[in-house]
Design a protein around this ligand. Sequence first.
Ligand code: TRP
Length: 325
Amino acid sequence: MRILTWLQATDYQIHIWNYFWAVKPMLELAEKFPDAEIFFFLAIMHSFNSVQDPIALRRNAINILKLYAACGADLSRFLIYNPAEIPGHAQLNWILTCITHMGFMERMHSYKEALDKWRAKEINVGVFCYPILMAADILLYDADIVPVGKDQKQHVEYARDIAMKFNNAFGETFKIPEPYIKPEVWLIMGIDGRKMSKSYNNYIWLLDDEKTILKRVKQIPTNTQTVEEPKNPDECNVYNICKLFLTPEEDEILRKRYQAWGLSYKEAKDQLYEKIIAFVRPIQEKYAKISDQEIIDLVEQNTKKVNELANKKIKEVYKKVGFSL
Ligand code: TRP
């Protein structure tokens, strides 16, 4: 069985929400499907529709991969590759582009979201056609399962539709992929109580130093209840972040302490600070030991292997559509 997953290169760092949303589920997936081949690609060429800064693109991809490794991902368990170095993605992309109608792309949520921000004539065609490239990423390797958030489900559905359309027109060629919907983790709030996000400046990076983390934790707003008053943990953002790092037993104890009297917000924040530090410290230590070159070498090796698979598929497709003489 083949699972296809990816890493975004739009950012240089990973914050706590990214960890729980992207990194941890990937580690769990590897455990859940011990026999699966996991295709794990760097979405460098994909990010080019929004990040057009060559230094940032490269640096982001390398750094995020280092962070995944520092978070405990056994990189040898995944086939990590760079689609930009595999011509098959662009080759298949063209074929799928020609069998896709504009109307289909106009219905994509990602395009509609872009339309909320800009006028159509200001949106680059890469944004408009992005789901086609995604479908190429998926179909090129006959992926069985594609784990996505709800926001990307429609893209996998399009990949299914276009695969069926191709198969009907040119004969059985592509496997029909299944989306695997990841549970939502919207509960992870930033320090201001809104969803943790870089654009709100309310995040804690995994690589933040102790001073910064302390400052961030202190910034979390709390209400005015005194030590003596019982508190509702679910209404407290200090608790909401803290519980991510607690065992069920620790969680139970902390909830009880909120509901009884005697817990000050200062104490709750101290505990949160300690928990975050205990979580990020080993990640930071491991991160410091990984070199960029190690990462680059690994990706290069895998990319060669994956390119061979892609080439084989492209040969088959080219024959079917009549491109090879
Ligand atoms: N669209 C995904 C994102 O923005 C990344 C992505 C590119 C992808 N190609 C894909 C996801 C293929 C699943 C399958 O996060």
